[in-house]
Write a protein that binds this ligand. Structure first.
Ligand SMILES: Nc1ncnc2c1ncn2[C@@H]1O[C@H](COP(=O)(O)OP(=O)(O)O)[C@@H](O)[C@H]1O
Ligand SMILES: [Mg+2]
Length: 347
């Protein structure tokens, strides 16, 4: 199988994989593909074999080609190390999906949701998801099946948007090959577009915050009816404690955000609120080593570590903005840039 030999390149380390999936351990399966372990850093995603799974595989390969053309990359979009092999796509290895993690948390400690640590994770994941989606949208990709099942976590608890097997490539004008789950579907819109991704992000954020998909006790037709009437799930409890965060979720459902980056910036404000309520940022800029800071910056971003003053100015700007414009404001402060390091776990 020499012709299929793949050179997996990552962080300067080169490893050879012969492209042969026999003997590899299966670690995941979706509607169109199996996922096998290559090593501790890479997996291979292989189409199941039926015709639709092959089209889905080719669509995902095309998406990764488009992402590879970009000058920069997002730390919150799953990386593809090798997209040319016939046998499968060689992808960055993750631990599992956000949904798996939420189920695990819920089984371990059923009352976990609503506590400070769980909510800090939910807000951080939400920021990472919005930021990853923002990158995809900027490259003309609509994920088209946004949900906690297609968001993976790396070993440092950072979220990666994955699974482009049904995504829309805007420049081709072709439809999505998948659809959102009923709990994530923007009512009245049948074709996936940037708005439908943002609506579904709202549902994913709700699941991250509560461990439940929205309106999970209702039948699909009841969910559709409720969504059509803009009757969102009750979030009184979340609003009692993390009102800013709850408002961003509703903002996604109400299509308040002109684009997903605006949602990311509002999540950032929610994060400041949670910090004021007693959280510490997962890591402060002072704790970063020069190396990890550089690693956090995608190409084109400033490579300098912000000073203590810049950091406190950003915090003040967030507070000032809320005081002045209130929480519902669509105008956003200029604090969004550079904050990515606060949301990124290096531990
Ligand atoms: N890079 C990865 N690292 C670890 N597990 C993965 C990875 N990619 C996918 N998986 C696992 O395989 C499952 C199916 O992958 P997915 O890309 O969603 O396939 P499908 O297109 O068939 O839905 C995921 O839900 C996840 O559990
Ligand atoms: Mg999937």
């Amino acid at each position: 199988m020499k012709s299929q030999a793949a050179l997996v390149q990552r962080e300067g380390v080169k490893r050879c994989w012969d492209g042969n999936i026999y003997g590899l351990r299966k670690i995941g399966q979706g509607g169109t593909a199996f996922v096998f372990d290559i090593d501790e850093t890479a997996v291979v995603k292989v189409p199941i074999g039926f015709p639709a799974s092959i089209s889905a595989f080719e669509r995902e390969r095309e998406v990764y080609h488009i992402l590879a053309e970009a000058k920069n990359e997002s730390p919150y979009v799953l990386k593809c190390f090798q997209a040319e092999l016939r046998s499968g796509l060689v992808l960055e290895r993750c631990q599992g999906s956000v949904r798996d993690e939420l189920l695990r948390m819920h089984m371990e400690v059923p009352h976990k949701f609503g506590d400070a640590e769980a909510t800090e994770r939910a807000i951080r994941w939400s920021f990472q998801a919005a930021s990853g989606l923002g990158f995809l949208h900027s490259r003309g990709i609509i994920q088209a099946d946004v949900g906690c099942h297609n968001m993976l976590l790396d070993e440092r608890d950072n979220l990666k948007i994955s699974d482009f097997s049904g995504s829309v490539i805007e420049r081709t004008g072709e439809d999505a090959l998948v659809s959102y789950s009923v709990h994530s579907q923007l009512p009245g819109v049948s074709k996936a577009d940037r708005r439908t991704d943002i609506f579904a992000l709202g549902s994913a954020m709700y699941e991250m915050a509560t461990g439940r998909v929205p309106l999970e006790d209702l039948s699909p037709s009841q969910v559709r009816r409720r969504f059509k009437q803009a009757q969102w799930p009750d979030m009184t409890r979340l609003k009692d404690t993390y009102v800013e965060f709850a408002l961003v979720i509703e903002g996604c459902w109400n299509l308040e955000f002109r684009n997903v980056n605006k949602a990311a910036a509002r999540i950032e404000l929610a994060y400041y609120d949670s910090v004021e309520l007693g959280f510490k940022p997962p890591i402060s800029n002072q704790d970063l080593t020069e190396e990890s800071w550089t690693a956090s910056q995608s190409k084109g971003r400033p490579k300098q570590k912000p000073s203590q003053k810049q950091e406190s100015d950003r915090k003040k700007a967030g507070k000032h903005h809320r005081k002045r414009h209130g929480t519902q404001s669509q105008k956003l402060p200029k604090v969004a840039r550079g904050v990515v390091s606060w949301f990124h776990n290096f531990r």
